[in-house]
Design a protein around this ligand. Sequence first.
Ligand code: SF4
Length: 181
Amino acid sequence: MAVEQARDQGAGRPFRPQIPASLAYALHAVLASNPAYRWLAAFLERHPRLYRWFTTGERVTKERLFGCRMCGQCALPVTGYACPMTCPKQLRNGPCGGVSPDGACEVDRTLRCVWVTAWDRAESAGHGADLDLLQRPVDNRQWSRSSWVNYWQGRDEGLAVAFTGADPRPAIAAGSARAGR
Ligand code: SF4
């Protein structure tokens, strides 16, 4: 039930991060995966009550700093620490076509598009190339889970990948496409 509640809690609103990008990148270095964090993540997953407390702490912290909605698969390190899940359309690969020339969100013209914010922050910190990465679709089973634990457990592998130009989709023969309908 918690998963559905978190996923369906309504559209996000573009959120302006509360700390400078440079500080956020520095904090990420502190949280970088290492054997101690991997041990902690495994320990927490074996103890559901501790896991819930830890996840609540993560939610409170990241909600205040980044408007986090607890998707469980954190994209912040490659979006200038502007949360793409606060985009009303939850776009994880850049802005929609409706962003206005002055950078306003199409859904709420009083707010700045989160992707414009992401670009400004990533560029200012020398991480503009991160926005060229392709982000895989959200795994809806991870809503309300701790993204820190998921990261330390290695579940973020391939969350954002370089675009090679090759079509990653497997070729589907016409016959098998029909059979799948
Ligand atoms: S865990 Fe998901 S919702 Fe939370 S800040 Fe990261 S990308 Fe945004």
